[in-house]
Write a protein that binds this ligand. Structure first.
Ligand code: AGP
Length: 618
């Protein structure tokens, strides 16, 4: 799970590759490196740390920035600790081939032993250095060009990869290949320049024309000639389709906010609106979703829905369990994709599997999809990234239209996933006759008001900031919720731990007395979601239980609530709405709270330690 970029053309490659790496840092930021080719010289600069650390090195040697060809890498370590030597790019023993790699070569040890027996020596602990030397060895053995050598070498490899390889002896081309990790190619005018990247963000200011490689495809990118894509395994040529990029530069920049996470929290009113725009016609009482309309029988005849996802997307799946069962009366199981894929699950062709993923690249979710498909299930994707692997691998789907989410901590991805899943539940409830027409209309009218309510709610930022200042030094926190808001409690806890490194747990409020209650003392902040619908009285009782054990209570309540105000240390009010849609509101103050605590603690909010935006390894 790393980011790769590359440029070949007539411009200075350095600023393009480095800026591209900065945009891809969401994919990993343990180390960064770049290779520049200029006038017969390969210059590799690399270091542990971020792209900014790499720039310190390159700024001290202007020659290291020269040239019109460059490849770069930002790393999330898999094999070998993050240090300078293990950083990419890696160079073959002869010094002629240079590679950047996103993925894992699982059989690298066997290949390495074979190469060592042939006299190869290695500087790093990485699987990538093994791969570049394997390509070199194949090239030598076969007496072939780089493209063929890459192709033959990859047939010996087990694992996942997106690679870009440069050959000092063939300086008008870059060879790229993918299996399990994404690669987008940007095509400049008249084949005079080309861009390579893990997603299209590094090149959107240069070209809107892009080609996305599919798994088991490779491309030879040749200046003046163009891109030739072929299948790695059977050598057949692929007729590629050029796509017009919809992404804009403003979407991937901070736009005046201190952090992407804060920007993305504030984008939620628009993101939710964009998610239902054109799909929900509240006045006419219609929900249109092509992915469902075209496959309606699959859903209405389904024995059950199985939701597979990871992390925040899994939490959205849990909200969906409540939505689908309550509104559409379809049984739902929600599975961690990482568990599902390995536990020989019972799946039939009467099951509908819904895979939820912001990035559309999460390896475990992708593997779960492939497993479900192999067992005959109909698989539907809920993804944010258009054209992502999961979007392509599923039979049908619905995009969340949240726009690029750069902050590692998911925010708008979560609320837009819930919006799509709400639309799906409502549509299926109506199609199956499980929801009355007046209630259906009420739900649509209510959902339509959510963006404005989120906008309103975001004005409580100063209050949340104050609460953050009171509890920022806590070492443990509990998050409690019931019903639709139990998953929000889990999500609130995840947000806090991933960006502030404070230990936090989410629980169903009633479950607290079966264990976690033992943790409660006067030092323990407990965030309780206690909106006025659903199990309000029960949650109030849970709050009383906390109070009598001296815990500090921060409650998220419906505006006008008087009961909880009497008991809690702090209350945060959210606008009133239908219970089913409360997660779209209750989650907002918890996002802001985590954000402010992390900022106050001086943490790197957008790039928390050890994490990466998309987890494309197991
Ligand atoms: C949440 O803030 C994290 N970024 C993480 O849990 C994430 O939701 C998970 O890795 C799944 O990613 P996906 O939605 O891109 O599949």
């Amino acid at each position: 799970m790393c980011g790769i970029t590359g440029y070949i053309g007539y411009r200075e490659a350095y600023p393009i590759v480095v800026k591209g790496l900065q945009r891809l840092e969401y994919r990993g930021y343990d180390s960064a490196g770049i290779m520049m080719y200029d006038d017969g010289n390969i210059r590799v600069s690399k270091t542990k740390g971020k792209v900014s650390d790499l720039e310190v090195i390159t700024n001290s040697n202007e020659d290291s920035k020269k040239g019109n060809i460059g490849i770069g890498h930002t790393r999330w370590a898999t094999h070998g600790v993050p240090n300078d030597v293990n950083s990419h790019p890696h160079t073959s023993m002869s010094g002629n081939l240079v590679i950047v790699h996103n993925g894992i070569i699982e059989n690298y040890d066997t290949i390495k032993k074979e190469l060592v027996s042939r006299g190869y020596t290695f500087e790093s602990d990485t699987d990538t250095e093994v791969l570049v030397n394997l390509i070199e060895e194949v090239k030598k053995q076969e007496g072939c060009k780089l493209g063929k050598a890459v192709q033959l070498a990859l047939t010996q490899v087990i694992g996942a990869y997106a690679i870009a390889v440069f050959d000092k002896t063939k300086t008008n081309e870059i060879v790229v290949a993918r299996l399990g990790s994404p690669i987008a190619l940007g095509i400049g005018k008249d084949n005079k320049e080309f861009f390579v990247a893990s997603d299209a963000s590094p090149f959107i200011e240069y070209t809107k024309e892009a080609v996305y490689l599919e798994d088991e495809e490779m491309a030879i990118i040749k200046l003046g000639k163009g891109i030739k894509v072929r299948k790695i395994n059977d050598d057949s040529l692929v007729d590629t389709k050029t796509q017009e990029l919809q992404m804009s530069l403003e979407q991937i920049e901070k736009g005046g906010y201190d952090h992407f996470m804060l920007k993305e929290i504030h984008e939620q009113p628009k993101a939710i609106l964009d998610t239902y725009r054109g799909r929900m016609l509240a006045d006419k009482g219609i929900i249109r979703m092509a992915g469902i309309d075209d496959n309606l029988k699959k859903f209405t005849n389904a024995d059950r829905i199985i939701i597979v996802a990871c992390g925040t997307s899994w939490h959205a799946g849990l909200v969906a369990e409540y939505l689908f069962e309550d509104i559409a009366r379809i049984p739902v199981e929600v599975e961690y994709a990482s568990e599902f894929r390995y536990r020989n699950p019972i799946i039939t062709d009467k099951d509908v599997v819904i895979a939820i993923s912001q990035s559309g690249e999460t390896a475990d979710t992708l593997a779960a999809i492939k497993l479900a498909k192999s067992k005959g299930a109909f698989v539907f994707g809920v993804c944010n990234v258009v054209g992502s692997s999961i979007a392509r691998e599923t039979h049908a789907g619905a995009y969340t239209h949240a726009g690029p989410e750069i902050g590692v901590a998911s925010t708008k991805a979560f609320t837009t996933q819930i919006t799509v899943l709400s639309l799906m539940a409502l549509k299926l409830g109506k199609e199956k006759g499980k929801i009355s027409t007046p209630l259906f209309h009420t739900y649509l009218q209510t959902l339509q008001l959510i963006p404005n309510k989120v906008e309103e709610l975001l004005k409580i930022d100063d209050q949340v900031k104050y609460i953050a200042s009171v509890y920022k030094d806590a070492t443990n926190c509990l998050y409690l919720g019931r019903g639709f808001n139990f998953p929000v409690a889990l999500e609130g806890a995840l947000k806090l731990k991933e960006i502030s490194y404070i230990h936090a747990e989410g629980y169903p409020a009633a479950e607290m007395k079966h264990g976690p209650i033992a943790l409660i003392d006067e030092n323990m902040p407990i965030f309780v979601i206690a909106t006025n619908k659903g199990h309000y009285e029960k949650v109030v009782s849970n709050i009383q239980e906390i109070k009598s054990r001296a815990g500090k209570i921060i409650a998220v309540v419906t505006e006008g609530d008087e009961t909880v105000k009497e008991i809690a240390d702090h209350v945060i009010e959210i606008p009133d709405t239908e219970e089913a849609f409360t997660p779209l509101l209750t989650t907002i103050p918890l996002q802001l709270l985590s954000y402010h605590i992390a900022v106050m603690l001086g943490k790197n909010v957008d790039q928390p330690r050890n994490l990466a935006k998309s987890v494309t390894v197991e």
